[in-house]
Design a protein around this ligand. Structure first.
Ligand SMILES: [Zn+2]
Length: 308
């Protein structure tokens, strides 16, 4: 199954021009992961045919309302739908308190298994990726962003896949299970005579694992180039165009060309821009400014699905 992201909301603070606040669903291996949950996220999932019940992990970057006001409603909908499947939510402190107030304070209680993992900045290595959740054939890593309040970026990535064994190799050498396992790891095959058969003659290399990094909200933060090096697709906020770079600084946000610089520095294959200020109706200039720096830029249009 290919890995992909569906954009549910790509605007900043308020909902205008038909755009909603932040939310997106990443499909990686067999996992469906929701990243951020601004107001309206669950209705967008209905609109775009996302099966809400399949989401098993929710990643929240920070507690500004445009990233989290949809969460109490979604959790309550799960309760009303009789959800039984476990759900894990990751987010910065004090996400537990936020949910306690919003659910407990309104008389809503959750019966399904809900695990809330509060991430403290102390738990995240400075200028490095920190693995926070291990999933089957995939993992989730966290990294620091720079915003007015604690804000966490996430990278979701496929794990390295095994080498694919060539049929001719099996037919010719009749290897044992243990020997096949070694070849699947990329090792050479040694005959009893001591002759070494190179791995390339026994197997085909696996496809490179795909990865997706989500950077919103953040000041332009050059260390991200190193932290995210080799990530295949980067989503980076571009709240403003370059003409408002000073405003972006002031408000701990980035511009389109700054997002382009991060993608270029990280040697990514693709950049998706989002978190647009409400002042912009036409988003084409974001594309142009980022493309002056980095070649493969996409605009996070709601409802669009991007391969990652
Ligand atoms: Zn925001």
């Amino acid at each position: 199954m290919s890995s992909q992201v569906t954009i549910l909301g790509s605007n900043s603070a308020v909902s205008v021009h038909g755009r909603f606040p932040s939310g997106q669903v990443v499909q990686i291996e067999e996992h469906q992961i929701l990243i951020d949950c601004g107001e309206g996220t669950q209705f967008r999932m209905n609109d775009y045919g996302i099966k809400k019940s399949k989401i098993n992990t929710i990643l929240i970057t920070h507690l500004h309302g445009d990233h989290v006001f949809g969460l109490p409603g979604l959790l309550t909908s799960y309760q009303l739908a009789g959800r039984k499947a476990p759900l894990t939510i990751l987010g910065p402190k004090p996400i537990q308190k936020f949910l306690d107030i919003n659910l407990g304070g309104t008389g809503h209680f959750i019966d399904y298994p809900l695990e809330i993992i509060e991430l403290d900045f102390k738990d995240i290595k400075a200028q490095k990726l920190t693995e926070v959740i291990e999933l089957k054939n995939a993992c989730i890593e966290a990294f620091e962003l720079v915003h007015r309040i604690d804000c966490i970026g996430y990278r979701v990535r496929e794990k390295t896949k095994p080498y694919k064994i060539r049929q001719e190799f099996l037919d010719k050498y009749n290897p044992t299970v243990r020997e096949i396992k070694r070849v699947k790891k990329g090792l050479d095959y040694t005959l009893e005579s001591g002759e070494v058969i190179s791995n390339a003659n026994c197997a085909l290399p696996p496809e490179a694992p795909r990865s997706y990094a989500y950077c919103s909200d953040t000041l332009f933060h050059p260390p991200l180039m190193d932290i995210l090096r080799g990530t295949t697709t980067i989503y980076h906020e571009a709240t403003y165009l370059d003409e408002l770079q000073a405003k972006a600084r002031d408000r701990f946000h980035s511009t389109a060309s700054e997002a382009g610089a991060i993608a270029k520095g990280a040697k990514a294959e693709q950049l998706i821009l989002g978190h647009f200020s409400s002042r912009y109706k036409d988003l084409q200039p974001f594309n142009s400014e980022a493309e002056a720096v980095f070649k493969n830029v996409k605009i996070a249009v709601e409802g669009k699905i991007f391969e990652i």
